[in-house]
Design a protein around this ligand. Structure first.
Ligand code: NAD
Ligand code: MG
Length: 383
C-alpha cells in the first residue's frame, strides 16, 4: 500500500494525481495534502479523501481553513512552508508527490528525501536548481526518485533493464507549444495566448514555459541529473502530435521510444505504482487514426530561451538556479502584463551575464543565487 503526501494537491499535477488515486484506491491511500492558498479546493479534497493532515502555505488562509473545518476535520491543519514540510515528512507516508510549482518546492522535497520518503517528482525546478544535491541525497538516503514529467517517465521506461553505458543519446520530444507556426511578431503575444497549450492542460507557469520552449530546456537540465548524462548527449526534437513522449538511442543503433495519449495520468500512475502497471481506464492510442508522426529540429533563433538553457545546461554550477529564478520572475511579470513575451528571454540572458558562476554550489549558495537573481530581475523590470 502506497501512503501518499501530495505537495501541491490543488494544482494540475495534484488534481491528476488524485484522479489516479480514485481508480487505484486499493493500492494508494491519500495521507497528506498541501496548497499555497486554494483552501476552497483543499476543503473539497479533505472532505473526499479524508487525509490525516494538510498544510496551507499561506498562514492567513491556514487560519481561515482551521476556523471553517472546526469540528469537521479532526486532522492537523499546518500553516506556512514549515507546515508543508511537516506533510512531506508524515511518519506513515512512504511516497511524496512533489507537485508544487517552482523554487517553493525545493525545501519540502529535500526534507522529504531526508525523511527517507520515495519521491514522485513533477517539480522539475527542484532538479534545475539543485540537481546534484538532490541526487546525492537520494542516494545517501536510499530512496527512489521517480520521474513524473512525461518525457522523463518515457526515458525512465526506455532504459528500464538496459545498461546506462550503452546509451548513446537521449532524445526529448516537445510539442513545440502554441507558437510553433506563428508568423506574426512574438512581441504582441498575450498571456492568454501563451497559456493556451495545444496538447496539454497545465498550470500557468509551465504553460508559459512551454510557449517560450524554456520548459524543454529545463527538462534537458532535469534529464542530465536524473539519468546522469552530460547535456551533450541530450537532444530535442519537435513532435507536434505529442504521441512519442521521448526516445533513447543505444550504441548499436537501436532506438526505443515510449508512446501513449497525451494525458499526465499515465506517467503519474506509473510513478505511483512502479514497478507495477495497472489499468488506467484512459482512452487508448490509435496509431491508425493518427496516421502520421513528424519530428524536426527546434528553431533556436525563434526560441532563444531554449538556446540559453542549452548553454546553461552545459556550463552547470550555479547558472541553472539563476536562469530558473529569473525565469520565474519574468513569467509572473509577463502574466501581469508588465513585460512582453520577447522580453522574457532577453531579461534572463542579461541576468545570466551579470552572474559570477559558482562551480559546485552548496544549498545555501544556491538559495542565495536564487534570491540574488530574483531581486536583480525585478530591478531590471522596474527600470
Ligand atoms: P499548478 O500551478 O497547477 O499547481 C501548483 C501547485 O503548487 C498548487 O497546488 C499550488 O497551490 C502550489 N504552490 C504554488 N506556489 C506555492 C508556494 N509558494 N508554496 C507552496 N505551494 C505552492 O502547477 P502544475 O502545472 O501542477 O505544475 C507543478 C509542477 O509540475 C511544476 O514544476 C511543473 O513544471 C511540473 N509539471 C507539470 C506538468 C503538468 O501537466 N501540469 C507536467 C510536467 C511537469
Ligand atoms: Mg514535460
Amino acid at each position: 500500500m502506497k501512503k501518499l503526501s501530495i505537495l501541491g494537491s490543488t494544482g494540475s499535477i495534484g488534481i491528476n494525481t488524485l484522479k489516479v488515486a480514485d481508480y487505484l484506491s486499493s493500492e494508494i491511500k491519500v495521507w497528506g495534502l498541501t496548497t499555497f492558498q486554494n483552501i476552497q479546493l483543499l476543503e473539497e479534497q479533505i472532505r473526499k479523501y479524508k487525509p490525516k493532515a494538510v498544510a496551507v502555505a499561506n498562514e492567513e488562509k491556514a487560519d481561515l481553513l482551521r476556523k471553517k473545518l472546526k469540528g469537521i476535520f479532526e486532522g492537523e491543519i499546518y500553516g506556512g512552508i514549515s507546515g508543508v514540510v511537516k506533510i512531506a515528512c508524515l511518519e506513515e507516508v512512504n511516497l511524496v508527490v512533489s507537485a508544487i510549482v517552482g523554487a517553493a518546492g525545493l525545501i519540502p522535497t529535500i526534507e522529504a528525501i531526508k525523511c527517507c520518503k520515495d519521491i514522485a517528482l513533477a517539480n522539475k525546478e527542484v532538479l534545475v536548481m539543485a540537481g546534484q544535491i538532490v541526487m546525492d541525497l537520494a542516494k545517501q538516503h536510499k530512496i527512489r526518485l521517480l520521474p513524473v514529467d512525461s518525457e522523463h517517465s518515457a526515458i525512465f521506461q526506455c532504459i528500464m533493464g538496459q545498461k546506462i553505458e550503452e546509451v548513446e543519446e537521449i532524445i526529448l520530444t516537445a510539442s513545440g507549444g502554441p507558437f510553433r507556426e506563428r508568423v506574426e511578431s512574438f512581441d504582441k503575444i498575450t498571456p492568454l495566448e501563451a497559456i493556451s497549450h495545444p496538447k496539454w492542460e497545465m498550470g500557468k507557469k509551465i504553460s508559459v514555459d512551454s510557449a517560450t520552449l524554456i520548459n524543454k530546456g529545463l527538462e534537458v537540465i532535469e534529464a542530465t541529473y536524473l539519468f546522469n548524462m552530460p547535456a551533450s548527449k541530450i537532444s530535442i526534437l519537435i513532435h507536434p502530435q505529442s504521441i512519442v513522449h521521448s526516445l533513447v538511442e543505444f550504441i548499436d543503433g537501436t532506438i526505443l521510444a515510449q508512446m501513449g495519449v497525451a494525458d499526465m495520468q499515465i506517467p503519474i500512475a506509473f510513478a505511483l505504482t512502479y514497478p507495477k502497471r495497472y489499468d488506467t481506464n484512459l482512452p487508448r492510442l490509435s496509431l491508425s487514426q493518427i496516421k502520421e508522426l513528424t519530428f524536426f529540429k527546434p528553431d533556436l533563433k525563434r526560441f532563444p530561451a531554449l538556446r540559453l538553457c542549452m548553454e546553461v545546461a552545459k556550463a552547470g554550477g550555479s547558472l541553472p538556479s539563476v536562469l530558473n529564478a529569473a525565469n520565474e520572475v519574468c513569467v509572473e511579470e509577463f502574466l501581469n502584463h508588465k513585460i512582453s513575451f520577447n522580453e522574457i528571454s532577453k531579461i534572463i540572458e542579461k541576468i545570466l551575464s551579470f552572474h559570477k558562476t559558482i562551480d559546485e554550489p552548496n544549498l545555501e549558495e544556491i538559495i542565495s543565487c536564487d534570491n540574488w537573481a530574483r531581486e536583480k530581475t525585478k530591478e531590471i523590470i522596474k527600470n
